[in-house]
Ligand binder design. Sequence first.
Ligand code: AMP
Length: 409
Amino acid sequence: MKNNLNPSPIKDVIGKLTIEDLDLKGKRVFVRVDFNVPLDENLNITDDRRIRSSLPTINYAIDEGAKVILASHLGRPKGKVNPRDSLAPVAKRLRRLLNKEVIFSPDCVGHQVKNIIDKMQPGDVIVLENLRFHEGEEANDEGFAKGLAELADYYINDAFGTAHRNHASIVGIPKFIPSAAGFLLKKEIEYLKGVVNNPVRPFVAILGGAKVSGKIGVLENLEANVDKVLIGGGMAYTFIKAMGYEVGDSLVEKNMLETAQRIRKKLKARGVKFYLPVDCVIAHALEPGSETKIVPTLEIPPGWKALDIGPATARLFSEALQNAKTILWNGPMGVFEVDAFSRGTFAVARSVADAYALTIVGGGDTDLAVHQAGVSDSISFISTGGGATLQLLEGKELPGIAALTDKKS
Ligand code: AMP
């Protein structure tokens, strides 16, 4: 796996305690994980990658002799108990993955849970019921956070996907007990901050997805260190329209036209190569069976929408990646959820996977696309976050990281 060949680009970028800084032996360790896994109608887990992502932290805590308390949210129960959003299936899957007994607690806070934890032995693991069954979680209620903190001696955050939320289990608990980053959180920060602040160059950023407005912060933050920017997805057509060309009925954010033009010119002035699609797959509608055509971007007829990059663009982007030493990819090249408009995204996934570069993929859709393309094992690092990934790439501090105990203290 490529992953093992590429050590993370930057070390010690966190400035916060990490799990290895704490002596966990015999301690009650509250680990906030992101076990928000998809379940089918029979409550079977359809994808357990989020559970697997935290195994290094969980196994380390077990090996160090901690009493491991795992807490997560699942779904959107909005402060009410809903059996559909129970973490019981997660505890069951974890038993299999760890090949050891895992206790399941029917609540996440209160005397009953405390009593169960008091009886735990070093190396034992408990999964608490859904944090969001309590309103206090999303409201960041101090009393609720204190109740959670009272269950443990130390707090570890390994829930990168939720680190941008001001929730009790993310920013509340660290007010009460020493708090550190788990291995997953640490790795995410090292890769994402590393790529933004100190990429090995040439550094190529590929951005796609629906809207310019969702990615403008990333573009502005990458500006100083990026060598090439490749734009695909719906956002490309706002840039093309802003240059004065017609794009038929393709997605255009009218209120972003000036911003798109300004950023493109700014990047150009810095000597950044800025690539837009030269051809695209168009259709009248998004329906799977609707007629499609491949046309040059400047020839999209009225009434047609560009829903994927075309084959010439896929080749162009592949060429542009050839000399890259670092590649960051966020956002699909087209409506890849529909088979007819998925080829551009999958072609780019293969080009990224084949590149002789440190390759970092971020965002839920792009993560899914590389898995569907069957190339995820050939990507150096796939971020587990959506909103959290974007915020780090935008150079913003994540509340869940800010809340952890400073390294110096
Ligand atoms: P985002 O969350 O901004 O990364 O956007 C992801 C979504 O963008 C995906 O669901 C895609 O279907 C959608 N998308 C990608 N390309 C296009 C396009 N050309 N037109 C409309 N939507 C698109």
